[in-house]
Design a protein around this ligand. Structure first.
Ligand code: RUB
Length: 332
């Protein structure tokens, strides 16, 4: 989606940053989207009529949501702000009040998100024992929070981090853990099964969690889960509750982003071999059977309890959508 001219340049910069992956990782993406909505509300200088303001914010929300398709944290962050604004609108609030609601709810989402990452670290670190060797994949600030809390509470741990092709986010994880003073070793993605017997626990993050407990995360996660299950290594997912997808309760499938072949094969090679066919899915789905537990800021749950988190967090949205479907079916 192309940004209309009247969107603030800061909002366009954030959206471009998410698209190009300068801003990446489901939590950071969500916080960046909330920040963009806050800026959009602050800089709004068109009609002071409340309906125009709500329409404008919805357009900004759609624009932000169009940047990357897989992480549900993005639409959930946008929804967190816009639902509160539209409730205010339905209650008859004027422009200034609605603007304050947009700004304050964006701020409270960002705060809540950062606190959740810390809380997950605290809760998840209880699953780690001194002497454990942990494997992590990609670069998840939530998984890192668990590892960091375990380390800072004095547990002696060792970490293996996969490099995570094709974009090498594992190098960020490697540097972050090394800078904390943690014993960390970088391995290729394809070396996971070679090392799996040395691993006590796998901890990864999530982009989206479906109602049945399936976890969508960086491509390669499900292969690691397979190797872990075969070797009887426990597999944990660290995820904020805003990464649970209400749409999946209604059977909607999670869209898996496919990125450019240029991330996989150098441009020079593609130029010389123009008939080459490359597929580059950025995420995959790990079924609930391969997951021992999901660590959320509200506690540790078995993957099959994902539906309970969804009902608790998004019950109203889900029942509104169900009523809409029922009404549509009746009028068909
Ligand atoms: C990042 C990725 C991360 C999750 C969780 O993918 O898959 O594991 O987003 O991250 P990409 P966090 O690099 O393509 O955005 O815990 O930081 O939210």
């Amino acid at each position: 989606m192309v940004a209309p001219q009247y969107f603030p340049p800061e909002v366009v910069k954030i959206a471009e940053g998410i698209k190009s992956m300068k801003i990446r990782g489901a939590g950071r993406i969500a916080r960046a989207a909330a920040k963009a909505l806050k800026i959009a509300a602050e800089k709004y200088n068109l009609s002071r009529d409340s309906e125009s303001f709500v329409d404008y914010l919805n357009l900004v929300g759609d624009y932000l949501k169009s940047t990357r398709p897989t992480a549900v944290s993005l639409p959930n962050a946008v929804g967190y702000v816009l639902i509160r604004v539209s409730q205010g609108f339905e209650e008859g609030m004027g422009f200034s009040e609605l603007r304050s609601i947009a700004i304050n709810s964006a701020k409270s989402f960002i705060e809540m998100s950062k606190k959740a990452v810390e809380e997950i670290g605290r809760i998840g670190s209880r699953l780690i024992s001194s002497g454990d060797t942990i494997l992590t994949h990609c670069n998840s600030s939530t998984a890192i929070s668990v590892i960091r809390h375990a380390f800072l509470s004095g547990k002696e741990i060792r970490v293996f981090a996969t490099e995570t092709r094709p974009k090498f986010q594992g190098l960020i994880t490697y540097r972050t853990l090394r800078d904390l003073g943690i014993d960390v070793t970088l391995i290729t993605d394809s070396a996971v099964r070679f090392f799996i017997k040395k691993i006590d626990k796998v901890i990864v993050g999530a982009d989206t969690i479906a109602a049945n407990g399936a976890v969508v995360n960086k491509i390669g996660t499900s292969q690691i889960a397979l190797a872990a299950q075969e070797a009887r290594v426990r597999f944990f997912v660290a995820s904020e509750t805003y990464k649970f997808s209400p749409a999946t309760v209604l059977g909607e499938l999670v869209v898996i982003e496919e990125r450019s072949p240029l991330e996989v094969v150098p441009e020079e090679y593609i130029k010389k071999n123009s008939d080459i066919i490359v597929r580059n899915p950025a995420f995959d789905v790990t079924p609930p059977e391969y997951i021992d537990a999901i660590i959320t800021e509200k506690g540790i749950i078995p993957p099959r309890a994902a539906i309970m988190v969804l009902v608790e967090e998004y019950g109203r949205i889900i029942s509104t959508s169900l009523t809409k479907i029922a009404v549509e079916e009746e009028t068909d």
